[in-house]
Design a binder for this molecule. Structure first.
Ligand code: RRO
Length: 305
């Protein structure tokens, strides 16, 4: 029998394999997240939760574009308090839960982190990188001082590890990653969506009601991979890779660049929930074929020139 293990440890969070769903994708209810886990994910990540219920932007909020999808959901969510029961339900089934969250003020970030910490979530993912809202501090993570401050505020109240999810829409992501690390981040998730837009040539108007949206899917992979490369070279905490992963090969590229685990979003919309197990199986096959016994043996190998 093979000794091979897909288990990974992300800042103390032990996962049966390194593949999670990306926040926002299928993370709106306990039954959907349970299906993500049954599809083979190592842990599930919730939609970003805020202090109060939000309806989000008006439709259209999600469209297909060449090479991926463009979304401007606008942080629709039921509110962190309301989602606590869903988190407990998942925990009751033995499913590791990463609770993604945001705030419209520093006080909000602290309050929501406290609620989600008390819910028993296994990790918190601090979203400072939503490209689709302005007044709600979506892009707090464009600034290193704010990133360090909000991370420190959240760390004061959070019991479980805190992953800080960064934006690719910045000049120097390494600087922001180092700021999060200084604030006490336990891991960095890199990256959120790339800001983009699409125009309807017949209506001669932007397609999304919000005008701009976040680009995800295969088109963003080279950019997101470069971000992971830079972040992994800049900090000593684990990095979770996210952006355009739809096959085990994509996932392995991220691991080789220094990611300890990965998140998959858009591919699940196209391929269904088995994509998580398929990618995990593919990682297993790669390790087997190359005679590795643990995922961590390949993490960062492309960096060793
Ligand atoms: O809800 C959204 O519009 C959204 C969020 Br919170 C985010 O972090 N990233 C994204 O592409 N969309």
């Amino acid at each position: 029998m093979s000794q091979l293990s897909l288990t990974v440890d992300v800042a103390g969070l032990r996962l049966r394999n390194p593949v999670m769903n990306a926040a926002g994708v299928l993370g709106m209810s306990a039954p959907l997240l349970k299906r993500v886990y049954e599809g083979g994910a190592g842990a599930v990540v919730t939609k970003s939760l805020g202090p109060v219920q939000r309806m989000g932007h008006h439709n259209p909020t999600l469209i297909s574009v060449e090479g991926g999808a463009l979304n401007a959901m606008g942080l629709p969510n039921p509110g962190a308090k309301y989602f606590v029961n869903a988190i407990r339900e998942l925990k009751g089934k033995g499913i590791p839960v990463v609770a993604s969250f945001f705030g419209a003020s520093f006080e909000d970030f602290s309050e929501v982190a406290g609620i989600l910490s008390d819910s028993g979530a296994d990790a918190l993912e601090l979203n400072v990188s939503c490209p689709n809202v302005e007044e709600e501090m979506g892009m707090l993570g464009a600034d290193p001082v704010n990133t360090e401050r909000v991370t420190a505020i959240v760390k004061e109240v959070a019991e479980p590890p805190v992953f800080v999810k960064l934006s690719p829409n910045v000049t120097d992501i390494s600087e922001i990653a180092r700021a999060a690390e200084r604030g006490g981040a336990d891991a960095i998730t890199a990256v959120n969506t790339l800001k983009g837009m699409a125009v309807d040539v017949d209506l001669r108007k932007p397609i999304l009601t919000n005008v701009t949206g976040g680009l995800s899917g295969p088109a963003v992979k080279p950019v997101a991979l470069r971000c992971v490369w830079e972040v992994a070279g800049a900090v000593d905490i684990p990095v979770i890779g996210c952006g355009g992963i739809s096959s085990w090969r994509d996932a392995i590229e991220y691991l080789l660049c220094g990611a300890t685990a990965v998140e998959v979003g858009t591919a699940a919309m196209e391929r269904g929930l088995d994509v998580y197990g398929d990618i995990a199986d593919g990682i297993r096959g790669y390790l087997e074929e190359n005679e590795y016994r643990e995922v961590k043996e390949v993490v960062g190998l492309a960096r060793e020139a």
